[in-house]
Design a protein around this ligand. Sequence first.
Ligand SMILES: [Zn+2]
Length: 382
Amino acid sequence: MPILSADYLFDGETYLPSNTVLQVSDKGVIEAIFQTDNKTDVEVYEGLLMPGMINAHCHLELSHMQNQISEGKGLVAFLLGILAQRTLMRADDILTAIAKAEASMLANGIVAVGDISNTLDTLPQKARQQLHYQTFVECLGLKEEKAMDIFLQAKKMQSQFALYGNSSLALHAPYTLSHRLIKLVNEDGKGQVTTIHNQECEAENELFMHRTGDFLSLFEAVHFNINDFITAQKNSLQTYLPLMEQAQPLILVHNTVTTTEDIAFAQATGKQLYWCLCPNANLYIEGRLPNIPLMLQAGCTLVLGTDSLASNHSLSIWDEIKTIRTHYPEIALETMLQWACINGAQALGMDASLGRFAIGKQPGVVYIPDFHHANSTPCKLY
Ligand SMILES: [Zn+2]
């Protein structure tokens, strides 16, 4: 049974003392963790050893859209691009792209994924059970009268995904929802983890505060009349969150323009909140990042996601960490590794087996040589 040690051994929460070793079964179950100075029979790794990483936000079904949408055009142009491109690919090419994208996540040391699904396209791949999935069946629709149909359709899809992993319903984003749909999903989801795209750009808040801005062209494209959109002269988060009183744990994704007041507002609800960062997608779509030091200061529990290949060049949590290190070098690597491991596992309700090296768990063992180097890549050992 292999015994491993490394220059840096991160257990999912913290670095362990340098003479700590990890005994792992051939299947990757952690059999023992102990300190020893006797390195006979110990495989010594130069670099970082850590548990498998958790991708808290992905859209695996959009993998065929890699390089289809231009960078830096803003969220509304991106969404219009998705609408236009979505149905252009042949079904078998979509499945091939999904399989390839999943394989890349495995290779990049990811062991579990919070995956948004609007279709059943990822079902055949999820049936192979190579990664742990929490599928979020996504509901969206602006028209109040369509809410029940959308909800029932999503429940049907959820029962399919439930065959191969955890699944729950999720709301897409504040600007694509009727109040009735929010209510239906909220009531259905009591006690289950759910997620929503939150405050990804300034235009989202502008829509809610002033009923103006970029989103009017999205409404026009989907033939929705702004007069039917309910707002309360509060920003997006402060409008929808009170309608989601049952929704927790709740993963808020992007938070690119979220302020200290918004964080305080959300925290005052007493909800179990996870704030998900997808920095490479933010740079791809909007060309900016959330104020991560501010979120840390405000006590946000952070997790990491890749979003989809439609807005990212890779599905790699390590690549997201590298981007944050470049833009916010003051944030300790150890802190970001916690987001990638234990926080992500807790957010998806998978911390009983994933996210931390502890005896009896099977969290995956990932090795990153040259981990301070910009070209470093993870390698999954178990
Ligand atoms: Zn997303």
